[in-house]
Design a protein around this ligand. Structure first.
Ligand code: UD1
Length: 345
């Protein structure tokens, strides 16, 4: 059985690793990297550090407006799928690379297998929400991380081919912990922060407000800076020198990022994946958004949403007596369950 997986953005390289491992000796897996992310530390570093195979196809699409970027991917993916004639196409999550792969494959009548199906923020202004809804509706098999995600699909009439397998990112966190791959740092008190969503970074006064809030915390903030955020800080004349309490570092590899997180006193983020990683590593998380698709992390206050008024940021980070559900988003065996299901035909 031949399967083609489509990846392109940083979180997809992470999700692809456990899937690639689970496919070994079981099915013929080929990979298309769209090139949505292309900087060394946004792409190649993940392949090197995790020992992943080089993609079979590298499209080098790069950054552009959504229409241009997605269309460029579609043209090239279509050519490859026509040539390769796979039995199925795997897409992950909710990026433009996900949508491009799903549209092309479904129109060629190639079954689409969507890993991380059923997530909803119910905010259609997020490009990711549009990408996920459209992808789910053209997918033949929908692999969800939770009951709530499966229920979201049911509400939209999607009941066939839905499998609740848990979250594939949990497979990797468990793998990294079991193999003791996390690095140790000198003991130091700091918060860890990441920021890349357009609504936090594309508007100069919003970006300044968030950075000022981080700058005013009582502990140092370590902040790996996403290229979108860095470009916008330059454009808005927000010089890093103005934020003495923030240590800006370059985007981190997978293991280094988790290592920074586990040694921190809490996470401030607008990332989807990092809300879950913080939960699994038992770290308090404050999410700078008005909603999250990972609603289960909010139960018990382990993760909290803050957006308009950030004055209580530190009070939230310092909250204690949190209890963690070790089974949140499955048992860490999602990738094997997905491959078993794909092979069941
Ligand atoms: C994308 C995904 C988002 C995901 C995020 C993870 C979409 C719509 N968004 O957002 O869901 O959470 O990836 O990081 O697919 N850039 C570089 N070098 C790179 C990549 C990007 O400099 O290697 C800069 C470019 O200026 C680019 C900007 O970052 O225009 C944004 O990149 P893009 O891939 O469009 O979106 P992300 O914000 O990374």
């Amino acid at each position: 059985m031949k399967i083609i997986a489509i990846i392109g953005a940083r979180p997809q390289f992470i999700k692809h690793f456990p899937f690639e491992k689970a496919c070994e000796d079981r099915l013929n897996l080929k990979t298309i990297h769209t090139g949505q992310h292309y900087d060394e530390n946004m792409s190649a570093v993940f392949f090197k550090q995790l020992g992943m195979r080089k993609p079979d196809y590298m499209l080098n699409v790069g950054s552009d407006n959504h229409g241009v970027q997605t269309a460029k991917m579609m043209v090239q993916i279509e050519e490859i799928l026509l040539e390769e004639k796979p039995n199925g196409v795997v897409v992950y999550g909710d990026t433009n690379s996900t949508l491009a792969g799903a549209i092309v494959a479904s129109k060629l009548h190639i079954p689409v297998f969507h890993i991380e199906a059923g997530l909803r923020s119910f905010n259609k202004k997020m490009p990711e929400e549009v990408n996920r809804v459209l992808t789910d509706h053209v997918s033949s098999r929908l692999f969800t991380p939770s009951k709530i995600a499966s229920a979201n699909l049911e509400k939209e009439g999607l009941v066939e081919g839905v499998y609740e397998v848990g979250d594939i990112m949990k497979d990797l966190v468990i793998y990294v912990e079991e193999n003791k791959l996390l690095k140790s740092f000198k003991a130091e008190n700091y918060y860890y922060a990441t920021l890349h969503r357009p609504y936090n970074t594309d508007d100069s006064s919003r970006l300044r407000y968030v950075l000022d809030s981080l700058n005013g915390l009582s502990k140092k903030v370590i902040f790996p800076i996403h290229p979108r955020t860095k470009n916008n800080m330059n454009a808005f004349d927000l010089n890093i020198e103005k934020f003495k309490n923030i240590e800006f570092i370059s985007p981190q590899s997978y293991i280094d990022n988790l290592s920074y997180l586990i040694h921190s006193d809490g996470l401030i983020t607008d990332s989807g994946g990092m809300q879950k990683e913080a939960y699994w590593l038992n770290k308090k998380c404050v999410t700078l958004r008005t909603e999250t698709e990972w609603v289960e992390t909010l139960i018990g206050g382990n993760n909290i949403l803050l957006f308009e008024d950030l004055s209580c940021l530190e009070k939230e980070l310092l909250k204690v007596n949190l209890s963690w559900d070790n089974n949140l988003y499955g048992d860490g065996n999602a990738s094997n369950k997905i491959v078993n299901e794909i092979l069941r035909d």
